[in-house]
Design a protein around this ligand. Sequence first.
Ligand SMILES: *Cc1c(COP(=O)(O)O)cnc(C)c1O
Length: 400
Amino acid sequence: MSQNNWQELEQKLFLRTINRVPVTLVRGKGALAWDDQGKEYLDFVGGWAVNSLGHCPPVVVKALEKQAKTLIQASNQFYTIPQIELAQLLIGHSCLDRVFFCNSGAEANEGAMKLARRYGKLRLHGAYEILTTYSSFHGRTLAMTAATGQSKFQEPYIPLPDGFINVEYNNVEAIKRATSEQTCAVVLEPVQGEGGVNIPGDDYLQKVQDWCREKGILFILDEVQTGVGRTGTLFAYEQYGVEPDIMTLAKGLGSGVPIGAFLAKEEASVFSPGEHGSTFGGNPLVCAAAYATLKYIIDHKIPGKVKRVGNYFLTRLESLKQQFDFITEVRGRGLLIALEFNQEIAEKLVLACIDRGLLVNNVKPNALRFMPPLIITEKEVDKAIGILRDVLEEMRNPKH
Ligand SMILES: *Cc1c(COP(=O)(O)O)cnc(C)c1O
């Protein structure tokens, strides 16, 4: 079937929740992907910051093959070994003590916030309100839509579940002002991903943590996007000298198999049996993939490489900024990077990049986001920069 036919079928068969770009991907290897016409792309979208080790990493493929032949699903009525091994690895390398596995980022956050509500009920005289920030993104369930402080996600669904208050990001005073007797937790992204790669001041997380400790409320970090090496440390909180009471993970954890997790300190682990659960969560297949991914990232010291290559990428983008006056900002941490413009040209740039064999994301109408695999090389960064430069040049001097 031709490319157009697949894409026409999609238009007919699917609920219209997204306008996809006109590329039908059929295969991937490392940082490369191919469409159904055989065209090759350098992939700086990375499955939306999911493909930590690139497409089809051999260690993960091997783990999946082995587990698929052994045990795929058993339910959480039983003990299964891959989820216990994954739990050991996560807890051994983080400041948290206990874990719950689920299937996505939204579910991880939903679970974390349910845990915060239990904590409020049991330890804080029934406090239930959760503070989150503008421009945040916490997922698409109804409750996480209320937690996500962006009106474009909220307005279609009003009235939203109660108990979420959105305040300004990178503003400790806003959090202090919104805190009341009813507050049980604050939830933050260490770097806002979907909101446009927004990086807070160096002391913001520390100050929010101090405030939470002072008030006895939970300090929760949504590391669904920043976790598992993306920002240059295994977890982003390590760079800010803080320790969350609860942390959520998903995107980069499983190399593309659907897995999410929330982890909690012992003091915050207040669930009793029956209060939360999942049919697929932590099944042996996804846990084997996540274990292989995480083990590789730890054993091969990938976060350090992310920091190095990420800084190199930032430097190269800075030099592009010198050449094109419509670039207003370059910002990022590790391999979570954005390029912002003084015009709404991001969609046009995405299409022009596709033409030249580079996949990038238009995170905002006026900003591109780069989330390449964590194993990307400087040479591949150079190649992407070359394509970007050509595309920006063409934007400046359009051919008529
Ligand atoms: C992507 C994302 C989510 C939602 O994850 P899904 O797997 O799409 O449900 C939540 N929080 C953050 C920070 C994210 O980047």
